[in-house]
Design a protein around this ligand. Structure first.
Ligand code: ADP
Ligand code: MG
Ligand code: ZN
Length: 664
């Protein structure tokens, strides 16, 4: 469809160019080519020539006189002129049959018309001088002469050429430019028909049957689905709600971290609702010119109102809905106008008309408060990272699209992927399928899936890397150190797997701890246990090898952040109590912190962090020292196997424990 339009435009340009060339050739080049040979002479010479009866034909124009000499005329004409002279200066009409061969009267009297084609006949020219005797002289000399007036164009024709044609040309050019510009600035709007400035190229989204999404395609996110299906229900059967006096919510805002399925949910709504569904991205309102975005908003709502009941989906609404006062030194007029228009339009339509605005964002705290008040986006639907059950469900939904070999333990995979988003899980399943193909398998096995968990968590395995054996020993002691401390500190999640296969992300190995259930609350002890676990790697290095390496940098970073959060955000330090020290914003995109404390307090916090970390490190070292034998045994085992599972770890770790219990 798009290609078709392109081809048509190319044709238009082509035709315009051809017409333009034809005009130029006709108006400027052809006359030059056809122009007869012109010889300019002075007036005196002209008079002399007349007197000598050398001149045959004269044409008197306003500014100049054109004439042809007798000797240049063709024989036939010369004879005719002679005959005319003998006849007392009167031209006899030629007899019927001679007319075809000899020049006509017309040709004699309209010399230029007659000779223009004959370029060999020179035409003489002289500028006209005020000469009252001229007519007399010419008459006496027996010259054929006449006065000609500048050719008058057909009035209709001249109106067309001087007035209409330029206007038409300009309109055509303008249209062409306009279309090109609109194409360039209107963003993606293919197939939206005539594109023009200020037109919202919202597409009425018609899901084709094959790619149609429904709520069944969205795993987990039960609350979000419930909230949205209520709205779909309202649009299908407004009477049931109106009878009670319930009003349809005007706006629904989907908020959550990237990749949690907000856009997917909107598509599912489009698939479920039997009403028109407009879809547009916030960035499509962002325009080069002030006022253009606003007019796009106006146009979008005009279309929506005409099609009510319907749903309008604005993805990434934060692009236009940013808080107005936080613009910095440069105010952004265009964005503000667009936002203002959006606010106005959302107030404008009546409650029960049935236009529901669905919007998605992962920066809800940057949105303008006016946008969030009841009556505009009065419903806020959180779409959070999936929990354990949600992750399992998402994995199952996506696994439906691939060939699976035998039984797959989805629950275990879900446990290993704490903190990942739906998009990452979808990617994980795809990676597993790719992995299976790479290894020549016909279907995806549990191993493929496990491998791609590692890929998602730590990057692909660097199989080509050759690691020094000494380094390998350090890495395995380090990883076992983490696992030992985690296992020793009761209440902490067991180890899922340990590996010393280097990763493309730079990690030389990792210890994966898996939660058995979702956890939302962490006690102070649990957090401290986590810090100790993180420091366990370095503690093992120090105890076994007597030296420390750079391998702990990531652990240190995480441990420090955790301790800092305990002090500054969770109120978990005796020294500062429950003093709030920072405000957080942008939680879905990593989170930005702004300190609300004085520089002295900050320094004191730093000292406290150092103290807590040192304490935890000491404790981690104690734990490792107490389990020195196990550490050696386990790291030798890991060194040999490169990857061991949590169960294998527990088998060796728990052996003595059981034995000790028996001897006691
Ligand atoms: P965002 O929240 O950033 O808009 P998307 O809706 O674009 O995220 O999700 C990206 C992809 O991740 C989807 O196309 C889908 O394949 C997958 N996905 C995310 N969440 C889910 C979910 N709850 N159920 C199934 N698939 C999901
Ligand atoms: Mg999205
Ligand atoms: Zn480590």
């Amino acid at each position: 469809m798009n290609g078709d339009m392109n081809r048509r435009r190319n044709w238009t340009i082509y035709i315009i160019v051809v017409i333009g060339m034809m005009l130029i050739v006709n108006m400027f080049i052809m006359p030059k080519l056809l122009e007869p040979q012109i010889v300019t002479v002075d007036y005196g010479s002209f008079l002399k020539l007349v007197e000598r009866k050398d001149v045959a034909i004269v044409e008197i124009e306003q500014q100049q006189i054109n004439f042809i000499l007798k000797r240049d005329l063709p024989e036939v004409l010369q004879r005719q002129l002679e005959a005319r002279e003998q006849n007392g200066g009167v031209v006899e009409p030629a007899p019927e049959d001679e007319q075809r061969t000899s020049p006509t009267t017309e040709e004699v009297l309209n010399p230029l018309a007659g000779f223009q084609a004959r370029r060999s006949t020179p035409i003489y020219q002289t500028s006209r001088v005020e000469d009252s005797e001229l007519v007399n002289r010419l008459f006496v000399a027996g010259v054929v002469f006449q006065q000609v007036f500048p050719q008058q164009m057909n009035p209709l024709m001249s109106f067309f050429v001087t007035f209409l044609l330029p206007i038409l040309l300009f309109i055509g050019l303008g249209q062409l430019l306009n279309r090109q510009l609109a194409k360039r600035m209107g963003g993606m709007g293919g197939g939206a028909g005539a594109l023009q400035f200020g037109k919202a190229n919202a597409r009425v989204y018609v899901p084709d049957e094959a790619n149609k999404k429904t709520f069944a395609d969205v795993a987990g996110e039960e609350e979000a689905k419930e909230a949205l299906s209520e709205i779909v229900d309202f649009l299908h059967d407004p009477k049931r709600y109106n009878d009670i006096g319930a009003k349809c919510p005007k706006g629904v805002l989907l908020v959550g971290p990237p990749g949690t399925g907000k856009t997917l949910l909107a598509k599912a709504v489009a698939g479920e609702a039997q009403v028109p569904f407009f879809s547009i991205s916030g960035s499509e309102f962002v325009q080069m010119f002030v006022g253009m975005g606003a007019s796009k908003v106006r146009d979008l709502f005009e279309q929506a109102n005409a099609k009510a009941p319907c749903i309008v989906f604005i993805d990434e609404i934060d692009t236009i809905g940013k808080r107005r006062d936080s613009g910095g030194p440069v105010s952004n007029d265009e964005r503000e106008q667009t936002l203002n228009q959006l606010l106005t339009e959302m107030d404008g339509f009546e409650d029960n008309k049935g236009v529901v605005i669905l919007a998605a964002t992962n920066r809800p705290d940057s949105l303008d408060p006016a946008l969030l008040r009841p009556g505009r986006f009065d419903r806020r639907v959180p779409v959070e990272l999936p929990d354990l059950a949600g992750r399992e469900a998402i994995l199952r939904v996506h696994a439906k699209n691939i060939k699976l070999a035998g039984d797959i333990d989805f629950a275990s995979l879900a446990r290993q992927t704490a903190g990942t988003s739906g998009a990452e899980l979808a990617n994980l399943v795809n990676e597993a399928a790719m992995h299976a193909v790479r290894h020549g398998r016909q279907a995806v096995t549990q191993r493929d899936l496990e491998e791609s968990v590692d890929v998602v968590v730590a990057g692909t395995a660097k199989t080509s890397a050759v690691i020094d054996p000494e380094e390998k020993r350090i890495v395995s002691a380090h990883e076992i150190g983490h696992a030992l401390v985690a296992a020793e500190l009761s209440g902490h999640a067991p180890v899922q797997k340990i590996t010393i296969v280097p990763r493309t992300s730079g990690a030389l190995g990792f210890t994966m701890q898996a939660e058995t259930a979702d956890k939302y609350l962490y006690s102070r002890e649990e957090l401290l246990a986590r810090v100790k676990t993180l420091l366990g790697g370095r503690a093992a290095e120090e105890l076994v090898f007597g030296s420390i390496t750079t391998g702990a940098s990531n652990d240190i970073e995480k441990a420090t952040q955790l301790v800092r959060d305990m002090i500054m955000r969770y109120g978990m330090s005796e020294k500062f109590g429950m003093m709030g020290m920072a405000t957080r914003s942008n939680v879905y995109l990593g989170g930005d912190q702004q300190l609300t404390i004085s520089a002295e307090t900050e320094a004191a916090v730093d000292r406290e962090v150092v103290r807590v970390l040192a304490e935890c490190y000491e404790e981690a070292k104690e734990i490792i020292a107490a389990n020195r034998g196990k550490l050696e045994e386990l790291s030798a085992f890991l060194l040999e196997r490169e990857t061991i599972s949590g169960d294998e770890f527990m088998a060796i770790y728990g052996r003595d424990q059981v034995a000790a219990a028996v001897t006691k």
